[in-house]
Design a protein around this ligand. Structure first.
Ligand code: NDP
Length: 253
């Protein structure tokens, strides 16, 4: 790990567990000051203490991505308290699986609110700050990294609403990429396969058993594997933009 992000500020949503927590750790190791955003403040405080003890600079922000006002405040607090914003990692997400006919529209709304609308609102709030950071000089570049999924590239029975949100993330990202490329604000999508995190725990026991049947016999990705991928994306030289990276466990078909 080098100091490629020294002097920069990152905001990571969903930093209280899994991929987001690991990503905050990787970005901090590269020298970025990191705003840690999620609802579970206790988990964020633990991570913050660990990163600070290792020499990092962090800011804990308890916010619910389903509420636009909280999203905007999280971005504004980051810029006010850490001074700027160079890197936005839109990672917060919710996955509730099952056949469409058995779903509640409330769980669909929550997934759209967090995985898609929350990501779009965070990006909207961050863009002026990212553009300002990238415009500071001939060596500057800013990044938006959106965490989609293999489910944003291939749709499966039993994951209709989740896939809809993740396909939406891919479409939003590609259109935005074209809009901001000329200003040196890079937009990337990272699409993980099965990762060993808490994501599945919001599902019914039946769905969790089905996931174990499907993925239980393979070695899943670790959160750190995806975090390293995100770290790779945001440490490329200024003239290199990684638009999209799909990363599966080796044995996942
Ligand atoms: P986790 O459940 O471990 O992490 C999800 C994170 O999102 C938590 O930090 C959680 O924080 C946060 N979050 C959820 N709801 C909200 C909310 N309303 N407001 C703010 N933060 C929220 O799962 P992962 O690390 O696996 O998931 C991270 C991303 O990776 C998600 O977008 C997921 O879809 C994607 N992904 C995961 C895969 C996997 O196999 N695990 C595969 C492909 C993609 P808190 O609860 O404290 O608010």
């Amino acid at each position: 790990v080098d100091a490629a992000l020294e002097g920069t500020v990152a905001l990571v949503t969903g930093a209280s567990s899994g991929i987001g927590a690991a990503t905050a750790e990787v970005l901090a190791a590269h020298g970025a000051a990191v705003a840690l955003v999620a609802r579970r403040a206790d988990r964020l405080e633990e991570l913050s203490a660990r990163l600070n003890a290792a020499g990092g600079t962090t800011l804990v922000i308890a916010a619910d991505m389903a509420y636009e006002a909280q999203v905007r405040e999280a971005v504004e607090r980051t810029v006010t308290e850490l001074g700027r914003l160079d890197t936005l990692v839109n990672n917060a997400g919710l996955m509730i699986l099952g056949p469409a006919a058995a779903a509640t529209t409330d769980e669909w709304r929550r997934m759209v609110d967090i995985n898609l609308t929350g990501l779009m609102n965070t990006t909207h709030a961050a863009l002026p700050h990212l553009a300002a950071a990238a415009a500071e000089g001939s060596r500057r570049v800013a990044d938006v990294v959106n965490v989609s999924s293999v489910a944003g590239r291939v749709a499966f029975a039993g994951s209709s609403a989740y896939c809809a949100t993740k396909y939406g993330v891919v479409a939003f990202s590609e259109a935005l990429r074209q809009e901001t490329a000329g200003r040196h604000v890079r937009v990337s999508v990272v699409e993980p396969g099965a990762v060993d995190t808490e994501l599945r725990e919001h599902n019914s026991p039946e769905v969790q058993e089905a996931l174990t049947r499907r993925f239980g016999s393979i070695e899943r990705l670790r959160a750190r594997d995806v975090a390293d991928t995100i770290g790779y994306v945001v440490t490329r030289p200024r003239h290199v933009a990684v638009a999209e990276l799909l990363v599966r466990p080796t044995e996942q078909v």
